[in-house]
Write a protein that binds this ligand. Sequence first.
Ligand SMILES: C[S@@+](CC[C@H](N)C(=O)[O-])C[C@H]1O[C@@H](n2cnc3c(N)ncnc32)[C@H](O)[C@@H]1O
Length: 412
Amino acid sequence: MSRSGDRDAVVRDQYETYPYPPRDPADERKRLITGSPSHIDEINHYVFAGKRDFSAPFRALVAGGGTGDGAIMLAQQLADRGRGGQVVYIDMSESACRIARERARIRGLGNIVFHRGSLLDIADIAPGPYDYIDCCGVLHHLEDPAAGLAALRAVMAEDGGMGIMLYGALGRTGVYPLQESLRLLGGGEGARGRIELARRLLDDLPRSNWFRRNPLLGDHLLDDDAALYDLLLHSRDRAYRVGEIDDLVRSCDLAVTGFIEPIRYEPETYLDDEALIRRCRDLSFMERAALAENLCGTLKTHVFYLVAAGRAATARACPAAEAIPVIKDQSCGALARALAGRRELKADFDGAAVLLELPEQAADIVALCDGSRDLATIRGMLGMDEEAFGAAFATLYRSLNGINLMLLRHPA
Ligand SMILES: C[S@@+](CC[C@H](N)C(=O)[O-])C[C@H]1O[C@@H](n2cnc3c(N)ncnc32)[C@H](O)[C@@H]1O
């Protein structure tokens, strides 16, 4: 029996009318869209301690796959690593599914199985166990997000994990009062009428309005009805603080192994005062993340990886001597050239200006991170002693892993 009822019909109808995100399948001939969660190097790092062999059988579920960004990226990356991987896609929206299928067809990907239906029914439609589950921007649209996560948990392999994206409450300041205003003003018109109403209201907001004052929100400025609808007229969405994510994942006996980008979730990133920084060190991983969210105040989305709570301490890769650093989505040579002569990187996290420290040897180390050499080999090639290399790599790793440019894998 279906666990998703008529209450989901209104969300499904929205995504039938406005499949999300808008994608032209023909673009697959020109580029592969990559991102987080579910980049294969991230999955390996945050779910399998860097030790997963993706040429061996690997089964992934993309729950609420939309027009296919996550499913296509993962299926392509799995196909590039051998023939062991299969992706199961499920979404309630037929029109989103049609676009995702066409993208797979154009890429010649034969490793995706498509299903139309609710993720709440996944155990009946396409039972697990799944080694990995992607659920990006979906749970916050469910009537009961905890029930959705529990349905996914029930089909997750015990030694597997998940990559999740949920909206962040602080960065979306102003969205929900505006959604409520549009519901109050709306008078039963169809999608086109509601969009026109939203555009009128946007043009007429007083300067004091928090939505108008929030520089982080830009989807309504695009000439894109689907994006506007998703932001302001969604039939059901909510946003999360880090503490609420903790409660949600604990309710399913899961634990967070990492947030992307990690350095945004470290309170020290936003502080200079040594006395305050010392106090941060006594906090737990999730307390530190919650504090960082409060300090920076601009996180619009939370992307994070989950594993069974009992596995949390060992599921994330760490920089031991046998670890192999992997530069994400670019060659080590190109990154080394960009870092040459630099002792810091400037980052702007939505208005929070941050300086990321680099060791003197940053470019030399990165130039040797070709994805096959381990840290012991790289140290030997540079002729550095263990202590000096350990200190230099720790600084480099904190900055580059911090902005999600460097991940680790370990020989199986
Ligand atoms: C904002 S889109 C995200 C799409 C995709 N995950 C991505 O990140 O590009 C949300 C998607 O979740 C789907 N969805 C919402 N509730 C669902 C449910 N209970 N079961 C399956 N899909 C659902 C919608 O149809 C829509 O395609």
